[in-house]
Design a protein around this ligand. Structure first.
Ligand SMILES: [Zn+2]
Length: 325
């Protein structure tokens, strides 16, 4: 084991956290050492906790809250916080492409991937889209929960799909090499996107709607479509996306895993915790340092080979195949 890793052996890849959103609200928070965040607001996905949990990759979403204007200025400030507070730390390596990813894994650093949750701030302007890509954004979710210029989010009452401009966005993203994320999109938008894209899609943080009937979760047909295109499905720890029976525990993710595997998704499942985007946590998954408990649950239930794929192998394989050089 690498001595830079005092905790678990590195094998966890997490495709969604909202550390940057908390940093934008309070830049005094420390994403490196959790001891420097005495509260009341703390961070779940700090470097010390990721190391204790055995992380090899963390995706950092730029998420702008509904209460503030979703401007490009706020995107730039979030990207700057990512550079200053995370990517520049020797414990991390920023991933813009496959080469960076391999180097990070070899050097035992945590690969840090920048994503954008909601296209709002890009305003349908391809210069802004290219700027986001130039800053290192490699995955774009079209919406958060409501409508924007590109598409309707899952809580928008009219439940529309993509706009004309949103359809153009799909092509512009393909030309850039930017991957698209369907979490938060309406069902109509999901299917239009599937129709329109030749590249595999990601649902970075969504569970099975059959197991937990929440509109943020995916139907069996949606799961089958993602599996057929060799896309990815990131299991999320949001308690009310795990179970509608109140308090959730890490073991309550197992029925989602089993169901998605029954649809053929053994090689497409990954993790998308939503740490730092959630107010309540499942028991046994309160922060990144507890990822080892999930690993134990999955290993006990399905064996070490599948655990390796679910916890990180599937995510890394996807990035190897779909990131730019
Ligand atoms: Zn989200």
């Amino acid at each position: 084991m690498n001595d830079r890793y005092p905790g678990e052996e590195p094998r966890i890849a997490d495709f969604h956290c909202d550390v940057l959103s908390k940093l934008l609200a309070d830049p005094r928070l420390d994403p490196i050492d959790s001891a420097n965040n005495p509260g009341p607001v703390t961070l779940d996905a700090t470097l010390d906790r990721q190391r204790a949990g055995g992380y090899m990759l963390q995706a950092y979403a730029i998420y702008l809250t509904e209460s503030k204007h979703k401007t490009m200025d706020a995107v730039l400030r979030s990207a700057d916080l990512f550079e200053q507070k995370i990517a520049s730390h020797p414990g991390y390596a920023k991933v813009r492409g496959r080469r960076d990813l391999e180097r990070a894994l070899q050097e035992g650093k945590i690969a840090a991937l920048l994503t954008l949750e909601g296209a709002d701030a890009l305003q349908g302007d391809w210069a802004l889209l290219r700027t986001a890509f130039a800053l290192g954004v490699r995955v774009l979710g079209l919406t958060w929960n409501y409508a924007n210029w590109a598409a309707d989010g899952v809580l928008e009452p009219r439940q529309g799909g993509l706009t004309a401009k949103g359809r153009e966005l799909v092509d512009a993203a393909r030309d850039l090499g930017l991957l698209l994320d369907v979490s938060h999109l309406t069902d109509a938008g999901f299917w239009e996107l599937v129709e329109r894209t030749e590249r595999p899609l990601i649902a970075s943080h969504s569970n099975s709607r059959r197991i937990c009937p929440h509109p943020r979760n995916l139907t069996d047909d949606q799961l089958r479509a993602l599996i057929a295109m060799d896309g990815r499905i990131g299991l999320t720890y949001v308690p009310y996306f795990i179970t509608d029976r109140g308090q959730a525990a890490a073991s309550d993710l197992l029925p989602h895993i089993e169901h998605i595997c029954s649809l053929g998704g053994e090689d497409q499942l990954m993790l998308g915790s939503d740490f730092d985007g959630i107010e309540q946590h499942p028991a046994g998954l309160r922060h990144a340092g507890e990822a080892g408990q999930l690993r134990q649950e999955v290993e006990r239930a399905y064996g070490a080979a599948f655990a390796e794929k679910l916890l990180g192998g599937n995510a890394i394989r996807f990035l190897r195949q779909n990131l730019p050089e």
